[in-house]
Every structure is written in C-alpha cells, then in structure tokens.
Ligand binder design. Structure first.
Ligand code: F6R
Length: 607
C-alpha cells in the first residue's frame, strides 16, 4: 500500500518525482524517498514521516543534472516506519536501487538464502531482499532485464516495482504482479507509476500493465514484455480525459469536503446516458445481452460494503433476486457454495482492494460471473471482471470515502431497476417514482448542502468532546448508521458503533449514559414508530440524542436535525451527506488530519 513513480526524460527528475509522490501520498505516507543518478553516482534520499520531510532533504542536495530516477511513498508492511526501511533500497554493491509496492511473501526464505551467500541487510524490508536477489540474478544472467526476470521467478506475493542501475542511467525497469502499475508515454520522456495522477501534468497517454508484465523505459523508448519469457507484448495506449485539476482541492480546505460537495454532480454523472428523461427507461449498456442473476453475492470492504448492504434491500425488493452481502476478507476464505448460476458483484472504489480482488478471483474459478462496480478506470477489478460498471465519480483523493459511496448507491439503484424491469417484478409506479425521484436528487442536494454543513458545524462544536458515539438506524438506514460510525472513527478517532436500532436492547444499551451520545436516523418511513420507541429507551437511560429526521415528526431528542423528505429509498441520498459532514466537522474542529488519517491508506492493496 505505497505509491511508486519512475521517470526518465529531459527534465530535472527529482522535482518530477517529488511532485508525483505528492499526488500519490493518498496511498500511504509514513516515509518517502527518491533515487537518481548524477555524476555517475547513484544517490538515495529518504525521510521518515510525511513528504514534506523528504522535500526538506531534497532542497539541501544537488540533483539538478539528474534526468531519471525513481520515487516512493510508503505505508509500512514489513518493518517499522523509519528511514532505514524507507524506499528506495540498494543492493549490497550499491549499484542498483529498487522501489516496491506490495508484499513478497517468501522474503524470509530468500533472505536466508542470500545471507548464506554473503549478502547483508540494513533494513527489515522484503524490498531489500528483492534488490539483492536481482543483484544475485545478475551473476547468473547476461543483462539486468534477465536478472530481474530471474529474481521475479523466485519470489511469491504482490509487487509493483521499479528498478534502476548505475550502469544504465536513463533506463528504468518496472514490473507488476497483483499491485497496480501504469505506464505514461510522453514526448522525449516516459513515466511509470502506481496511479495516473502522478504523471498527469506531463502526459495523458497511458498503458495499463497487467500481472506478469514488465516495461522497460528510456526517455525515447518503451517496451512491454512478459516478465518471465521477456517476449514482447503489444499494448494499447489509452488517452485519459480527466485533468489534474479534478484531482486537486479546488478551493476547499480538504479533499474530503470537496468530495462531499461534489455529490450532486456525482449523482447526475451516474445517471447521464443511463436514464432517459422522457421515457424513464434505465439502460445499463455494460450488461447488454445478459440476464438477471438467479442469486447475487455482493462482495466489498469498508464503505463499499455498506453500499452493498444498502443495495441488497432494493435488489431483493424490486428485482426479487436473493442477495447475500459479504465482507470480502471473510468471503475469500470461506468454504464457498458457488456455481455458474451465481453472480458476484464486486464493489470497490479503487478497484485495487486485495481482499475484494481475491474474493472475485475465487468466485471466477468456481464458475460464477463477476460484475465489477468500481470507480477507477483500468483498475484490477475493472480488468478482471466479466462485466464492469463504472461509477464515474472522478478521482477520490481523501482517504475517507464519501462521494464514491454516493455513486455506488446510485448505480445499485439503477441495477435494481434494470433487473426488476428485466424480470417483470418492478411495478410501474415504483419505477416511475424511483427514476423521477433520483433525477431530482442533484438539485435537492445542491440546495441543501450549505444548510447541512451549517447544522453539522453547530453540532460538532457541541459533541466533539465525546469519547464514544452510537449510530442507530433501521432498514435502509442501518447501513448508513454503520457508515456514520465508520466515518467518525476513521477521521476523528472517536470510538463509534453503528447498530440496527432494534438490536440496542440486546446488549449495547448497557453502554448508554450521559457521556455516550446517540446519532439516530429517525426518518418518515414504516419503521419510524419502532425507531421512536428505541430512542425512548435510550432517553430513559439519560442518553443524549441527535435525531436526523423529517419535518412534522414527533420525536424527543436533545438535538433535532430536520432534512427535507423525498420519496422512500431516495432519502438515503440526503442522510449520507449529513453523516459525512458531521464527521468532517468534528474532525476538523478537533484539528485532525482529515484527508490523511493515521494508520490508513486510500487503497488497501495488501491483505
Ligand atoms: C472508508 C474507506 C474504506 C474503503 C475500503 C474499500 O472511508 O474508504 O473503508 O471503503 O477500504 O475500498 P475500495 O472501495 O477501494 O475497495
């Protein structure tokens, strides 16, 4: 779970690398480093902590003549986050430098093997083992490329790597296996990185590398080959249409706030080309020629899992398809019952989450069809799924996922309508109300967001001293209660639990006292009377309550937060930003690092 970048061209390389790392920092940020060749010397600069620490080091060094190099921002997997474990790593001779995102699973065994041959290690990392293995490979092969291939054959696990050698200034070798890697084709310069924004200011021409592929790049050439046989592979060059502006803060204090505010546009973009305003027909061209699943398994992690729980309700109700929603890290190791009749819907913003990918691979092996619902074009989920539906939410930079969930919910609603229509289980009235209603959501959200932010700000001042929080909801609001708790804990570090309101009496109510507030989702639906009595139980224990509710509802709470009512399930689209803004305001008020919370990374590409 790190970010890597390699550059070879005509510009001073180090500023290009550091700037690229800045745009990859969302992938991990406990240390960073660069390597470059200048005056026939291979120099490594590394620093513990955020990128600014590396920038200070870079500012004090000579590097202006270096026109190629590699850079890395790290999120520790092997070895504590200190400078000696930061990348790049050198081999014992000091001639090679390597950066790596992923985990080499058999590195202990390889380390032992190399130690017996006299190699020594300055860090605890698997990467230092790999770079020495490549050095060993050089003794058995004629070229560095062959040595890299030799070493990769001996390692197991996940990697995206970039390698340079003092003997070949200007040449970078990169390869991938189960970790993301894209090549950027420039004019007189070439790039390789974990993600496109790293090099987007310089080129929009990209090549998505697949597992088992290696790319060799110089300023004026590039070639992709099979990492094992070194046989050349023809690759398609794609042109990226979004610009780097879209990946910047655009005047907001934090990416998270910007991304919450983008949700009206996100819903509108998800509907574009999929919903016909006149006929109200939903078209998912991505599923053309397919029939509705007999059984559906939704597979996801974290926030995307909450989207799945929400979507299950609509798909079961409108399309009458039995749905199981599974946490991917559990699913992948279960004794599964799957066959050709099963469809797996893998939901992932990044499309790189290791558990989700492993789960979908198992499902495919067992004959199930996999549909990927993801945001990042060209990501592993999108490439490996049998069908892919893009959420079109644009790059999500803040580590806490916000607009991605909104886009996933929109697409799940469209999927339920699409399958319901195909199966004939959807009533015309529901279809009409859902389609008309969802088309109205962007306008309503746009108008309401400023008021929501104000209310979230007021409440954050009052409740930010709490040590714990309970989030309660029932039915369609239950996944939202889980999401509200996840958002609060991940960015403000306040302990929070999401519960189905009806479960309170089975245990958690014991926690309630004056110090343990409850954020209740008490909307106008069939379950309102039940939620109301659940909240009375909380009040009877002196519990303080924030009730997010609809106009005209009679609810006793210390703080009532009224939002406009829309049709049925669409209310969730208004609940979601309230929960996101509440967490955001609490975290910002407490002075937390909202966009880069501790211990987290944006895409979880390790188990
Ligand atoms: C929470 C969050 C995570 C992700 C989870 C899955 O704010 O961002 O819980 O939702 O790591 O990530 P994706 O959707 O990229 O598979």
């Amino acid at each position: 779970m790190c970010g890597i970048i390699g550059y070879s061209g005509h510009r001073p390389a180090v500023p290009v690398l550091v700037e690229g790392l800045r745009r990859l920092e969302y992938r991990g940020y406990d240390s960073a480093g660069v390597a470059y060749i200048e005056n026939n010397e291979l120099t490594l600069l590394r620093a513990e902590g955020k990128l600014s620490a590396l920038e200070s080091k870079v500012a004090g060094c000579s590097h202006h003549m270096a026109t190629s190099g590699i850079g890395h921002t790290r999120w520790a997997t092997h070895g504590v986050p200190v400078e000696r474990n930061a990348h790049p790593h050198r081999d014992n001779s000091g001639e090679l430098a390597l950066i790596h995102n992923g985990i080499i699973e058999n590195y202990q065994e390889q380390r032992q093997w190399l130690s017996e041959r006299g190699y020594t290690f300055a860090s605890e990392t698997d990467t230092e083992v790999l770079v020495n293995l490549i050095a060993e490979g050089r003794k058995h092969t004629e070229t560095l490329q062959k040595a890299l291939s030799w070493a990769l054959e001996r390692v197991e696990g996940a990697y995206a790597i970039a390698l340079m050698s003092i003997h070949e200034p200007g040449t970078i070798y990169a390869a991938r296996q189960a970790s993301p890697l894209v090549f950027g084709k420039g004019i007189g310069e070439n790039f390789v990185a974990s993600d496109i924004p790293a090099f987007l200011p310089y080129t929009r021409e990209v090549v998505f590398l697949e597992d088992g592929e290696m790319v060799t790049l110089t300023p004026s050439s590039w070639e992709v080959c099979d990492a094992r046989t070194l046989a050349p592979i023809e690759k398609e060059v794609h042109t990226i249409t979004w610009d780097v502006q879209a990946a910047q803060k655009g005047g907001y204090k934090h990416f998270m706030l910007k991304e919450i505010s983008e949700q009206p546009k996100v819903v509108a973009d998800c509907l574009t080309g999929r919903v016909d305003a006149a006929s109200k027909a939903v078209t998912l061209s991505e599923l053309e020629g397919t029939t509705p699943p007999k059984r559906l398994h939704i597979l996801a992690c974290g926030t995307s899992y909450h989207a799945g729980l929400w979507g299950m309700n609509l798909i079961e109700s409108w399309a009458r398809i039995p749905v199981r929603v599974e946490i991917a890290s559990e699913f992948r190791y279960r004794d599964l019952l799957l066959d050709e009749d099963d469809v797996v819907l893998a939901i992932s913003q990044s499309g790189e989450t290791a558990d989700t990918l492993a789960g979908m691979r198992r499902a495919k092996e067992m004959g199930a069809t996999v549909i990927g619902l993801c945001n990042v074009v060209g990501s592993s989920v999108s490439r490996e799924a049998d069908h892919v539906i893009y959420t079109q939410a644009g790059p999500e930079i803040s580590v806490a996922s916000t607009k991605a969930l909104c886009s996933q919910m929109t697409l799940l609603l469209l999927l339920a309508l699409h399958w319901g229509r195909q199966k004939g289980t959807l009533s015309a009235e529901v279809e009409e109300r859902a389609v008309t209603g969802v088309m109205g959501i962007p306008g309503i959200l746009e108008a309401e967001l400023p008021r929501m932010r104000e209310r979230a700000q007021e409440l954050s001042r009052k409740y930010s001293a709490s040590r714990s929080f309970m989030f309660l909801g029932r039915g369609l609001q239950f996944p939202l209660a889980l999401e509200g708790a996840l958002k609060l804990k991940e960015i403000s570090y306040i302990h929070a639990e999401g519960y189905a309101s009806g479960e309170m009496k089975h245990g958690p109510i014991a926690l309630i006292d004056k110090e343990f507030p409850t954020f209740a989702l008490a909307l106008h639906d069939d379950l309102f009377p039940k939620v109301k009595s659940n909240l009375e139980e909380v009040q009877a224990r002196d519990g303080r309550i924030i009730a997010l509710t609809h106009p005209g509802l009679d609810i006793a709470a210390e703080d009532v937060w009224v939002i406009p009512e829309v049709w049925g399930p669409l209310n969730t689209f208004l609940v979601l930003p309230c929960l996101q803004l509440f967490s955001y305001e609490v975290a910002d008020y407490l002075g937390k690092d909202v966009d880069q919370p501790r211990n987290l990374a944006k895409s979880v590409t390790v188990e």
